[in-house]
Each structure stands twice: as C-alpha cells, then as structure tokens.
Design a protein. Structure first.
Lengths: 157, 654
C-alpha cells in the first residue's frame, strides 16, 4: 500500500503543475461537496499518521504543504482545536493537507519532534518545517497559520 | 574542611617531596590522597610511622576528613580506606587490587571518628574497607569473591550507561532525573505487567496511575457529595430531586489527568536526557539488562550501576476459589469504565478502607470484610475510631472472617460489573460456625502488596531478598555492590511515595558526588484518606509504650467538632473527630507520637511533623498560639490526660 502511494506521489510530482480546482467555475462546481478528496494525489485531506514511515511518506514527501496536529485523547484543548483545524483545512480545498498524530500511540514521532505540550501543530512544506504553534488559537490565527503554510502571497490574504 | 587535592590524588604516582621521610607501607602504593591541611589526629599518625621525623608527620601524612575521603572515593577506580587501628593488612589489599590491573588504587587514611562514620554510612564491619568505582564492596573476602567469579573484571569493562534505573515510578524517576542532573548517562526501564483483570497503565508508577493520585481525587469526589448536603443548610438552592453521581464522568476526568501526567513524565525524561525504555528489564549479565517491549523488540544495555525500584503489586489469595479469577484490585478500580455497583472490599489495609470510603461516599452499597484488626501497624485506638466512623457512614463491616469461595453468577460486560456470590464462615464466641453468602457486583481484594518481579534475583546477579521477597539493603545498597534499591521494594522502609523520591535523590547524590547524606526514614508523617482522614507522625501509642514503658508515657488528647460542620447537625463527623499527643515523661515530655482524626488531616499533619522532627516537647506545643477557628489549633491547648479505662471522650460545647 505504501509503495502504491509512493508511486502516486511520484507521478503527481512528475505531472505539470495544474491550477487548483476553481469551485466557482461551473466545470468543477460539482466537486464542491467532495471535501474529502485531494484532487492531485487521490488522498483524503485529513488523515492519521501513526508511524515514522507513514510520516515520511505522507508528510515529508508530500508536494502539497501538510500541517501535522499532535494531539491526545485526554487533552481538552486538542478536542476543541482539532475539529476547527479540520474544517479550515477542508475549506482550503486541497491547498493544504492535515495529518493527525496521537502522541500516546505514536510516542516515538512525538519524541522526534520534541513535542512537549499538546496540541502542537507543525506546518511542513517539501519536508521542511515552516511554521508551528502550541495550544488553542482562534479562527483568525488559524487562517494566518494556514496562509503561511500554504504559501498564500500576502496580497491574497 | 574540604581537601583541595581530591583531583590530584588519583592519577599521578608521586613519590613527591615527602617519600624520603616515610618508611611505612604508604610509599609503596600507587597513589595517595594528599591532604591540604592536617586534621585533629596528626599525633596518632606520627606514632604509627615509628621513627618518623615530627616535621614529616605534620606534612601530608595525616588523616583526611570524611567529606574529602568520600569525594575522592567517588572519583576513584578503587579505594582502600583505613584508620590507625585497622591497617594491619593494608598492603595485602592494595596488592590484590593492583594484581587485578586496577590502576590508580587510592589509599585513604581517616581518623577514628571518621572510621565510625564510615561504619554508619556503609553498615560494614570489615576493615580496611574496599570501594570499587565508588561502591562499597566490603573487605578482602568480598573482593576475593568478586575476583573469583569474574565480576570484578566485568565491573571494569566499558559500559554504555552510568546508571540504569529499573522501574519508572516515584523512586525510579526521581533518582534517574537527579543522576542526569549530575551529568551522568542514565536510562530508565519501565514496564507494567497487566493486572489480573488485564489493566495496564503508562509511565509514572503506582502512585500516579493506581495509587495516591486517583485515590485522592476519588476521595475528593466522594467528599463533595457530603459538601452538597452541607451547602443546602448554608442556604444554597438545589433543584428538586435526588442528587446522583455518575461514575463514568469522574472516572474519565481522573484518567484524562493521569494520561496527561504519563505524558508529562515522558517529556520530562526526554528533556532531562534520561533515555526511557518501555520494556520489562531482567539481568542477563552482572552489568547488563535485557528488555523486551510490547512489539517484541529486545534492548540490551550495560551500566556501571543499577537501581531497582520496581515496587509492589496487589496480593491475592490463590487458596480461595474465584479470588484471582473474578476479583479486582486497586490496580483496576480507578480505571474501570462502569460503576462497580454493590462492592465488597476484602482487607483491613488502608487501601481497602480508603476504597470502601469513597465508593460509599458516591452512593454505592459497600461492605468491608476484615480478618482481624484494622490498619495493622497504625495506632489501634484511632484505627477502631475509623472503623466506628465508617460504620456510622453506612459501611457494613464483616469482622473476623475471610471469604471461602467466590462464584460468578453473571460475568461482567463492557458496560456492567456482573454479579458475584461471596461465601464466608463466621465463628461465634462458643466456636459455632455459621455459613453466609451474599451477592455483590464487585469484590475488591486489598489484603496487602508484594513484589512480583522474582526475576530480579537471577543466576547472574544474586541480590539478597527478605522472606517477603523485598530487597535487603545497607542504606539502599543491595548485596551486589553496584546494584541499589529504593522505594516499596526495599525491605523495612515505609511504603510511601515521598520516601521513595527522597531516597532516590539522596542516593544519586551520595553515590555520584560522594557525600554523607542519608535518607531519614523515621518520623515520616503520613495520612490515611478514609472518609474521616487520619494524619499521624511518629509512634503509635502501642509502640511508644513498648519503647519507653507505660509509666513513662503521658498522652494528651481531645475530641472536637470542626466548625464547618456545626451547621449541619446530620454530620456524623461531629462525634468522631479526635487528636492526641504521645509524650515521654522523662525526656521533658518530648512528643514522640502525633495523631489526628479529622477532615483535611493530611494538610494539618504536614506542618506539625516538622515539630516532631526538631524534637518538640509538650510545652512547645503549649507555647504555640493557635489559629482560630481551625481544627489544628486543638494541638495548642491540649490539657486532658488520657487515663486507662476511662470512657470515650465526648465533645464539649463550643
């Protein structure tokens, strides 16, 4: 399964860069409700990551920016932040993806990234960390963060 | 006074300026401890050396103070400690160590007073005394044994870690973090073998997961139920109808907090550079442990020193059918997802009584089955008062019995506890036996705790164990000189988290820095968190009588009503609160026992314990002016003497 995903990512990377879906456009409008699909790589917009291998595959080698939500079941703020982040990511319609890491199940991953408090959200672009925040933030701040990660130029913000 | 030459001592073999004055064996050793300044007993040194010129005796040949000796020993590959009276085989020792190719053996000369201190510190009688890599080994016999079985050689091999801690509980984590703080390379192995009901938990040990923390939170949860009843009398309006308790809400909130603590400890270890290995460690070599984790991955690590802090687990009675199969323990009660329902607590320990207390407090039907006395080891007068209070609280006590059989009528499911039928036999005064049986949803066994890691004693390392299975130690050093033990696993010491934490930190400093600090295991204050809390420090009345004699003991006592409870006449605590001070007559009435049965006893006892530690007398308590209105102020105005055979104290008016 991972091999297939890897091939897909490679293929996607090899394709000429296509413009993002223009959901206002009548042609693509019918896809407006397919919030769960990323057009380019046939992956869901929000997915779980439990191992270092999955992380390398779907986060570090992703051509699309990915935010990683390190969270825990016992953490109140995580339970509030998580759904809001998901909603915002889906609203970006494929410009940015979201990986969820449960720190109790994927302790090694959390150790690698020296996660101490939860929620910790790290933004990756082409395998590099470009932004990070800890704790609860409000909607405007989530937007700003996603802008940074998705590399939205200032003019369009 | 500190010896400034501690560092100089070990490396260079320096005949130096003084060697031509020495005709004693000292000139033939590889290295010596240089002394910066002479100590009290320089005179004695001169006499041993025989025809030594007085000027030479003064310079550099006198005994060192114990602090200098210890810091040097901590840094030396090997050391032989001697004093005037015990140096007759010194040369033999040194030659033996040199024969093992241990370079830079240090010979440490101490005076007679320091020798006595060494004896207290190491609890050893063999002199001269040998240390290897900072760990006290004993005498020639012990060293020869280590040579013979090859362990001395493996001691001097390269090891991956300075310290491996086995057990990530209160003691283990404290020691690991302290050792890391002192710059040592530390790894900590922690693994929880599932309970009889398959419960496991994360890093942090018993206290954090299935002990102090969830217990206190559930105790608080239960007490709040009583506060609600008080609140009504104070004018708070509540909606009509019964106020009920939801087990799952309390259980989830507490377990979320514990999970947060497990995580916090992981992060702490990482930030303090202690490597955390979630595997069950066993010794596979004198300096090597092997651990296998849940995924089957095996880790082998070697270390110069080890600390066993593996703690205890609940005991069951395998002779009682159904005991192990159907009963739960304190390992399970705090995390079960459904309410335990009608519960039987078997045991007279504080675990049994505390659990019975909070289960009753949240509205469940609770019975406690006790074989003989309550709270063995605690003051019996107070223990009986606790029993009386708990009975008034609504808990059914079945005294003088143990279960004979436990049958399962309905198995438990994911959402319900099931039904058990408990059988027992009671014997009346004439010896007539009566059989009883009663149905319960849950049976909690709390008859004691025992070590469950017999593999700590293997063929590879022969760690001496007591009959209880706990580890026998000399000030935390086991029979294997490079292996130490702290916490509940240590024989003869209080089974308390703060004791383990203190012992862990003090031990790390003592062995890595080389100092004279010892953990004080006496006058440790403690509290039993039964619905009416019991705080105590020092001796029980029985132990005080045994130690000082009935006639030499005077007990001052008092009964009282907490002011917060006077508004609600239904408060049963108003008839049960009590306190006493046990004093020794011929020591100016020094207070040797402090006992209080009251709400918030834990908070009160902590403060007063410092008085006992500093040797307070009754008159010091009398000099102290109370804070009013509190319950604690009782101790500042105790005048009533407890007399034999008198009636129970009744609470006076305001």
């Amino acid at each position: 399964m991972f091999a297939r995903a890897a091939r897909l990512v490679q293929q996607a990377a090899a394709l000429p860069k296509r413009p993002l879906l223009d959901l206002a456009n009548k042609q693509h409008g019918h896809l407006r409700n397919s919030k769960f699909l990323c057009y380019e790589a046939q992956r869901p917009l929000v997915f779980d990551v439990a191992t270092t291998e999955e992380f390398e595959e779907h986060v570090l080698r992703s051509t699309i920016p990915v935010i990683v939500d390190f969270h825990a079941d016992w953490c109140g703020p995580c339970k509030m932040l998580g759904p809001r982040l998901e909603q915002k990511v889906q609203g970006r319609e494929g410009a940015v993806l979201m990986a969820k890491v449960n720190i109790d199940e994927a302790g090694d991953l959390a150790d690698e990234f020296r996660v101490s408090a939860v929620p910790t959200v790290i933004g990756f672009q082409n395998g590099e960390v470009v932004a990070e925040f800890q704790g609860m933030i409000d909607d405007d701040q989530i937007d700003e963060f996603l802008d940074q990660v998705a590399d939205v130029p200032a003019a369009e913000q | 006074m500190e010896c400034p030459a501690g560092d100089k001592a070990s490396r260079t073999s320096s005949p130096g300026r003084f060697s031509r004055f020495f005709t004693s064996i000292r000139e033939r050793v590889v290295a010596r401890v240089d002394t910066g300044a002479s100590n009290r007993r320089t005179g004695a040194v001169a006499s041993t050396a025989g025809a030594m010129a007085p000027r030479a005796a003064r310079l550099g040949s006198s005994a060192v103070p114990i602090s200098a000796a210890l810091t040097t020993i901590a840094k030396s590959p090997a050391a032989v400690v001697y004093s005037e009276s015990v140096q007759h085989r010194l040369e033999e020792y040194v030659n033996l160590l040199r024969g093992q190719e241990i370079e830079n053996t240090v010979v440490v000369h101490v005076d007679e007073d320091a020798r006595k201190d060494f004896q207290k510190l190491t609890l050893r009688d063999n002199w001269p005394l040998v240390y290897v890599k900072g760990d006290c080994v004993g005498g020639l016999e012990e060293v020869n044994k280590l040579v013979a079985n090859g362990q001395l050689k493996s001691w001097f091999q390269e090891h991956q870690y300075d310290l491996i801690v086995i057990g990530g509980g209160s003691g283990g984590l404290a020691a690991a973090k302290e050792a890391a703080r002192l710059g040592k390379k530390v790894a900590c192995f922690d693994y929880v073998k599932p309970s009889t009901q398959d419960t496991t938990w994360g890093l942090g040990g018993t206290c954090v997961n299935v002990g102090c923390i969830p217990k206190k939170l559930m105790h608080q949860g239960a007490l709040l139920g009583g506060s609600i009843k008080d609140a009504k009398k104070f004018g708070w309006k509540f909606p009509e109808g019964e106020i009920t308790h939801n087990w799952k809400t309390m259980r989830d909130a507490i377990n979320d907090h514990i999970a947060g603590l497990n995580w916090a400890y992981r992060v702490q270890l990482r930030e303090k550079n202690v490597e955390y290995v979630n595997s069950y460690a066993t010794f596979v070599g004198p300096h090597e442990v092997s651990g296998k984790n849940k995924k089957g991955v095996v880790t082998n690590y070697t270390a110069t020193r080890f600390l066993v802090a593996t703690g205890l687990r609940p005991k069951f009675d395998a002779t009682i059918p159904g005991c192990k199969e159907y009963c739960i323990s304190s390992d399970d009660i705090f995390s079960i997802k459904y309410s335990p329902g009608k519960t039987l607590c078997v045991g007279a320990s504080y675990i049994s009584l505390e659990c019975a207390g909070f289960l009753k407090g949240i509205g469940l039907e609770v019975s406690v089955m006790v074989r003989s006395i309550l709270l063995r080891g605690f003051d019996q007068q107070i223990s009986e008062k606790i029993g009386k209070h708990m009975e008034a609280y609504g808990i059914n006590f079945i005294r003088g019995c143990i279960p004979t059989k436990i049958e399962q009528l309905e198995p438990k499911t994911k959402t319900a506890p099931g039904r058990l039928l408990v059988h027992w036999v009671s014997i009346d005064a004439e010896g007539k036996k009566t059989e009883h049986s009663e149905e319960f949803n849950t049976v909690l066994y709390a008859i004691g705790r025992e070590p469950q890691n017999v593999d700590v004693k293997t063929d590879v390392v022969d760690i001496e164990l007591a009959k209880s299975g706990k580890i026998v130690a000399r000030h935390e050093q086991t029979s294997v000189p490079w292996i130490y033990a702290i916490g509940d696993i240590l024989e003869g010491k209080p089974e308390l988290t703060p004791v383990a934490i203190q012992a862990g930190r003090v031990l790390a400093r003592r062995i890595f820095q080389g100092n004279y600090e010892l953990t004080e295991y006496d006058k440790v204050p403690t509290t039993v968190f039964t619905p009416l809390e019991y705080g105590c420090c020092g001796l029980s009345e029985e132990d005080a009588i045994k130690k000082y004699g009935q006639d030499n003991i005077i007990v001052y006592h008092g009964a009282f009503k907490p002011l917060e409870y006077v508004i609600n006449e239904d408060r049963i605590e108003n008839n049960h609160c009590y306190c006493k001070l046990i004093c020794v007559r011929n020591q100016e009435e020094r207070v040797v026992g402090y006992h209080i049965l009251t709400p918030t006893a834990g908070e009160i006892t902590q403060g007063f314990a410092i008085g006992l530690k500093l040797g307070a007398k009754k008159r010091d308590f009398d000099r102290l002016i109370g804070i009013h209105p509190t319950v604690a102020e009782q101790f500042t105005t105790l005048t009533l003497e407890k007399k034999e055979g008198e009636e129970e104290l009744k609470v006076e008016g305001c």
